[in-house]
Design a protein around this ligand. Structure first.
Ligand SMILES: *Cc1c(COP(=O)(O)O)cnc(C)c1O
Length: 392
């Protein structure tokens, strides 16, 4: 769908595409950014025009220049055939799953999946006769041993939410290549700048655009990108179920994407530095960051990813809830809250939920999103918090 992106004989690099792709100033009086095109009705001058199925925009729900702009950027970044948009990351996940599953099918879901993804599978998909089984995120080629006749899709999230296991996606794709099994990947953490799942065997890639694409904690947004084999199924389900993203959100996502490369480079560097420092601190028993040499999946990370996201977890020696409150309630820079991906740092205590492989860590897990502040200030804030925690 890149037909009118003006790439010359040499295809553009990712950063050039982020800067110039998916926009057409000459169509908007020269204004650099594709404007917010709010609207439901599109007026047609004649009956011929009304019946013309080839025109790009026919109704607000099914697309407009604001949405097309983002679709093009994400399609190119993921190396996909097509991208559709959703009003949240979770909506992108549910729409993608509904696109590839039917009654009687079984879904294999990573045990490390984002919790609302599990809830959608357990509460909604079950009502339509679709069963979900959890698998060990470190299963790799072993996935072959747990496939059943009914397995129709595998939902991968790498690294896992809160626990940061890296999955051997090429091994999973290789093991299932003789079966008609859709491989879906939630790629929110790495962004397509650091990981391209479609290149290593995935069929569908999902992003919570709420996070790094938006980049400023001010939108809810989701994307689904797919290969040519899956594009029609996904677009059909998306369209038939009325899923669409608001034009204002599309505008802000496109604007966020323009600076994704510089932001990701900084998040990568800042988060890795904080992770390294935390692993030397008293009271910290474990740092779960795949970019650390000590991480059990570091070799896979080095093989398949070209950088790390802003998010990782660390584990504090077990203490009371009051000790945890002493840590969280007096942080100066780290906000306490859900979501992530903005310029500001966040902390979130969490308890991983497991079915396939028990979670055996005893201490208090805290997930951090490392923002764009000075790293020394972030370290001071965390050091003070850890002292308060240990003093309790
Ligand atoms: C936040 C998140 C989502 C859901 O995105 P929303 O826009 O909040 O619905 C999905 N997957 C991952 C990995 C996330 O972190």
């Amino acid at each position: 769908m890149q037909d009118d992106d003006k790439q010359g004989a040499q295809p553009w690099g990712q950063q050039t595409f982020l800067t110039h792709g998916g926009r057409a100033p000459e169509q908007h009086h020269g204004f650099i950014n594709t404007p917010v095109m709010r609207g439901s009705t599109i007026g047609f001058p004649t009956l011929d025009a009304l019946e013309d199925q080839t025109i790009p925009f026919r109704y607000g729900r099914t697309g407009n220049p604001s949405s097309q702009s983002v679709e093009r950027i994400v399609t190119q970044l993921e190396g996909a055939a097509d991208t559709v948009l959703a009003p949240s990351g979770l909506s992108a996940i549910s729409t993608a799953l509904l696109s590839v599953l039917k009654a009687g099918d079984e879904l294999l879901l990573t045990d490390s999946a984002y919790e609302p993804t599990r809830i959608f599978c357990d509460k909604v998909l079950t009502r339509f006769g679709i069963e979900t089984r959890r698998y060990d995120p470190r299963i790799g080629a072993g996935i072959l041993d747990i496939l059943s006749e009914k397995t129709a899709a595998i939902f991968v999230e790498s690294p896992g939410s809160h626990t940061f296991e890296i999955q051997d996606l090429p091994a999973i794709a290789q093991a299932t290549k003789d079966r008609d099994i859709a491989i879906l990947v939630d790629n929110t953490w790495a962004t397509p700048l650091f990981y391209r799942p479609l290149d290593v065997g995935a069929d569908v890639v999902i992003h919570a655009g709420t996070k790094m694409f938006g980049g400023h904690s001010d939108i809810m947004f989701g994307t689904i990108s797919s290969t040519a084999d899956y594009a029609r199924r996904v677009r059909e389900t998306h369209r038939a179920s009325g899923v669409c993203a608001a034009p204002d959100e599309c505008f802000l996502a496109a604007r966020g994407l323009r600076t994704l490369a510089v932001r990701m480079a900084q998040h990568h560097a800042n988060a890795l530095e904080v992770a390294r420092w935390l692993s030397t601190q008293e009271g910290v028993t474990h740092v779960l960051h795949p970019g650390l040499e000590s991480h059990p999946d570091h070799a896979l990370f080095r093989r398949d990813f070209t950088g790390a996201g802003s998010l990782f977890s660390f584990i504090l020696t077990p203490k009371s809830r009051d000790a945890l409150a002493a840590f969280t309630d007096h942080l100066e820079l780290f906000g306490l809250g859900f979501s992530w991906g903005g310029y500001e740092s966040l902390a979130l205590p969490a308890a991983p939920k497991r079915e396939a492989v028990p979670w055996t860590e005893q201490g208090q897990l805290i997930r951090l999103h490392i923002g764009l502040e000075d790293v020394d200030d972030l370290k001071r804030d965390l050091a003070a918090g850890i002292s308060r925690y240990l003093a309790h």
